[in-house]
Design a protein around this ligand. Sequence first.
Ligand SMILES: *[C@@H]1O[C@H](CO)[C@@H](O)[C@H](O)[C@H]1NC(C)=O
Ligand SMILES: *[C@@H]1O[C@H](CO)[C@@H](O)[C@H](O)[C@H]1NC(C)=O
Ligand SMILES: *[C@@H]1O[C@H](CO)[C@@H](O)[C@H](O)[C@H]1NC(C)=O
Ligand SMILES: *[C@@H]1O[C@H](CO)[C@@H](O)[C@H](O)[C@H]1NC(C)=O
Ligand SMILES: CC(=O)N[C@H]1CO[C@H](CO)[C@@H](O)[C@@H]1O
Ligand SMILES: [Zn+2]
Length: 419
Amino acid sequence: MKWKSLLTVIALSFSIILAEKARFDFYRVYEISVDNDVQLNLMKQISDYPDGYQFLSSSPPFTGIKTQLIVPPHKFGEWSELVENFDLQVKLINNNLQASLDREEACYNRRKADERDFNSFWRYEEIQSWFQEKVAERPNDLSIFSIGTSYEGNEINGLRINVGNQTGKPSIFIEATIHGGEWLGATSTINIINEMLINNYTHLSYFDWYFLPVLNVDGFKYAWSNNRFWRKTRKPNNSLLCVGADPNRNSDIHWNESSVSANPCSNNYPGDYAFSEPEIKNLSEFMKTVPNLKIYLSFHTFGQFFMIPTGFTDDRIENYQLHYEIGEIANAAITEATGAIYQLGPIPEFFGLVSGISFDWVFENIKPVLTYCWELRPTRGEVESELDPVSSKLIEPTAKDMYAAVTTVIDEAEIRGVV
Ligand SMILES: *[C@@H]1O[C@H](CO)[C@@H](O)[C@H](O)[C@H]1NC(C)=O
Ligand SMILES: *[C@@H]1O[C@H](CO)[C@@H](O)[C@H](O)[C@H]1NC(C)=O
Ligand SMILES: *[C@@H]1O[C@H](CO)[C@@H](O)[C@H](O)[C@H]1NC(C)=O
Ligand SMILES: *[C@@H]1O[C@H](CO)[C@@H](O)[C@H](O)[C@H]1NC(C)=O
Ligand SMILES: CC(=O)N[C@H]1CO[C@H](CO)[C@@H](O)[C@@H]1O
Ligand SMILES: [Zn+2]
């Protein structure tokens, strides 16, 4: 074969590779008890230099908790040595991750293209077309807002509900899916909108609502098309193979201080500089234009935590007590609605110190009265095959949890006259 035709063949197969979707055949998920500092340090090393390993949620911030790690087949040998050498207590909770993904895909492939199944995951385009339908139904009350475009040129659109289109109302902003693969945040947001419209929720017309189900649009689309577990943005870093930054470490609030890695291949790489990611910069600029912001809420997966700012310090915020009181009542409402239990507290209690997170930036700079963030289902110790975090079975109960939580937060804020 001549060199030229050989190169053509290479070029052709290269383009086919580019279009392919990551597979997780025989990838395993282990639940690990992190009991001492040596083990904790090992987890940190794995997180900083992943080479195929990936934590399902995030690397463990302290000892005494369980974490879930995806182990690829090429690491089985190394992993078994680590388990032995570091005396790790591990439990195999999934021995073929691809089978779980196949089940998930079968669920959403079963539905028809135009079917609005609220217990299914939706593609970005489906969310957008649903927004357009809703706006067409109530053009005076609903509109689509854009915070700007993503690195890849996608419009970052949300749905605004302002019944009667009046000015001067207090505003509420709900942000979800800053991390590409955290789809339960998007489905919960969509379900909350749908329920509120159907039920004509008591305080619907009192507020000016901004619902943003997918902030990291590029990462979300990439999770659909290429890698279900994608977390970061999609802005390349030319000097290295690895793409993207952790968008929830990229805000200009104690940037690059805690829970970050200097390795651009890490899932916690905070970006080359604060607000280097256009999505995050755009969000901050947009938040400056939202009139009279009173409440900012944010959804992540997973662990079942009901969290109060801030992440960058252990110091309590000024109105911590108000956050805690309302949080307790909203937490009870979740349990009453679905039986689920979320743990309430400041972010560092569950994640250690974390810097550069979006809702901390909003809380400190835009100063809404209330800011909460949830890590949705499942709990950290509950990621059995039945309850794995990619299961569509979690969509409905999680959305019910959050409908109860969000409406109760708002009702309680209203009762107390703080919004
Ligand atoms: C709301 O009113 C403003 C003018 O005050 C107008 O520009 C805007 O198009 C209206 N929006 C909707 C959704 O009717
Ligand atoms: C979004 O960010 C990009 C890149 O920083 C910028 O060019 C654009 O003006 C921003 N859009 C908005 C609406 O802020
Ligand atoms: C929704 O409830 C409000 C009162 O909270 C009422 O004024 C309004 O007419 C209701 N809207 C619909 C569509 O039923
Ligand atoms: C981020 O912090 C790390 C560790 O302190 C440091 O090595 C790195 O240079 C910082 N990055 C930037 C862009 O300042
Ligand atoms: C092109 C580009 O963004 N390069 C950056 C990749 O990451 C390194 C390490 O943070 C930066 O120094 C480069 O500027
Ligand atoms: Zn997240």
